[in-house]
Write a protein that binds this ligand. Structure first.
Ligand code: ADP
Ligand code: MG
Length: 419
């Protein structure tokens, strides 16, 4: 019998293999230590200010925990794509300011992320103080995972904690290389949650396990579809990607989104499901519009009745009921991709209604709901359903790679418990 992880609403995840658990900041001696924390502060900026501080808030539990445990903090992050050069607009200065406000104490921005001056600043830190290193990607060595650069970063602190799930799918100096130069690499509290849900809950799901996929394109999610097909009890597909499947089934799709070069993959997926008797649910009806605008004329049609000049923009009411019913019987649901063009209110109902069914199942305590993908998270927030889900991932690309079964290098680099 392994550990039981209690999650929201009384549902639990059995951890059958204790060895898989990663060490966290709770497992190590911290008092008096200088802790290097890789955070994901890659936030949107507008007019020199942080436009959305969700990612900063996401790191607060780890930062507060470490400070209360008596650590001095050296934070490091990337921001944007400065392509290995110092770009003033991509300085972390606005982040230092906003983080200071959120923590209610000063966050000093270092003038650089490596070098003697920074080393001196790090040396002088006392417990509770916070130093934020300047943008890691001002150096091409960061993305190149340069060993010397990683060694210099590592030299700034004594303990390394990674709380940047959103950057864990890349083997960069601050996420992977650095662990070869520190005595121990542990996860932060946000990373711990992400690993719990996106890694372990998906590898050993409580069944029935249902995946819900949507979004615009098949092309970005081929690996996800293929991996999940073998894993899940049912795969539900909606959104723009369903029309390529309809086309592959020989249906007319009018002006709906079509990816010609994915038709073959879609055909293979359909064949595979047929052969194996696995459960793949595609929409049975859709909302079609005379164009992608809010004021466009719309109608609900069976998937067999889409005609030229009309574009599929949402799943229809029968499909919503079908998906809601299937989700209601699941014990684990993972969802990536909105089921319609949710940005337009009149095309958002399908995503919202299925979201409501998942929220209700989660609140009943019978279902663990795991959400990946930036647009999916935005759609649920727009529908006011975020608080009802078990876990909403903070990492777009990283969560998608987990759904494709990949081992993230930044996660692999974290020490295992008992290891
Ligand atoms: P995520 O960011 O959650 O991974 P994606 O980026 O894959 O999701 O997909 C989100 C986009 O898919 C949204 O912009 C939405 O408008 C679009 N989309 C959903 N359904 C359709 C559709 N029927 N036709 C065109 N685009 C769609
Ligand atoms: Mg997206």
């Amino acid at each position: 019998m392994g550990l039981i992880f209690l999650v929201g609403n009384g549902a639990s995840i059995k951890n059958a293999d204790k060895k898989m658990a990663k060490q966290t900041v709770r497992d190590i001696e911290i008092a008096g230590a200088k802790v290097l924390v890789r955070v994901d502060f890659n936030v949107p900026l507008a007019a020199g200010e942080v436009a959305d501080d969700t990612r900063l808030r996401g790191a607060l539990p780890t930062l507060q925990y470490l400070r209360e445990a008596g650590a001095a903090l050296i934070l490091m992050s990337h921001l944007g794509r400065p392509k290995g050069k110092k770009v003033a607009e991509m300085s972390l200065q606005p982040v230092a300011k906003r983080l200071g406000e959120l923590l209610g104490s000063q966050v000093v921005l270092a003038p650089d992320c490596i070098g003697e001056e920074v080393e001196e600043m790090a040396r002088k830190l006392s417990p509770g103080q916070i130093l934020l290193l300047e943008n890691l990607r001002f150096y091409p060595e960061e993305e190149a995972n340069d060993a010397e650069f990683a060694r210099r970063l590592a030299g700034l602190g004594e303990v390394y904690a990674n709380d940047a799930f959103g950057a864990a799918h890349r083997a960069h100096a601050s996420t992977e290389g650095i662990v070869h130069h520190v005595p121990v690499a542990v996860s932060g509290l946000l990373m711990e949650r992400e690993i719990c849900y996106l890694d372990r809950a998906l590898k050993e799901p409580q069944r029935p396990f249902v995946a819900l996929l949507g979004g615009a394109k098949v092309s970005g999610k081929i690996e996800v579809i293929e991996y999940l097909l073998d894993k899940v009890d049912a795969l539900l597909i909606g959104g723009g990607m369903s029309y390529t499947f309809f086309k592959a089934m020989g249906l007319e799709i009018g002006a709906s989104l079509l990816e010609e070069d994915c038709l073959e993959v879609a055909r293979q997926v359909l064949d595979r499901v047929e052969g194996k008797g696995g459960e793949l649910l595609l929409p049975v009806d859709c909302v079609v519009a005379r164009g992608p605008l809010a004021e466009a004329q719309t109608q609900v049609v069976s998937r067999k009745a889409i005609v030229a000049g009309w574009e599929g923009v949402d799943i229809g009411p029968r499909t919503r009921r079908l998906f809601a019913e299937r989700i209601g019987r699941a014990r684990t649901v993972v969802w990536n991709g909105p089921l319609g063009v949710f940005e337009i209110e009149s095309f958002a109902a399908g995503t919202r209604e299925v979201g409501e069914a998942l929220a209700a199942a989660t609140e009943r305590g019978t279902t663990i709901s795991i959400i990946g993908g930036g647009d999916t998270a935005a759609a649920l927030s727009q529908a006011d359903l975020s608080a009802s889900m078990t876990h909403i991932s903070t990492g777009g690309g990283a969560s998608l790679e987990c759904l494709a079964g990949s081992v993230l290098p930044g996660v692999a680099a974290i020490a295992e418990k008992g290891g």
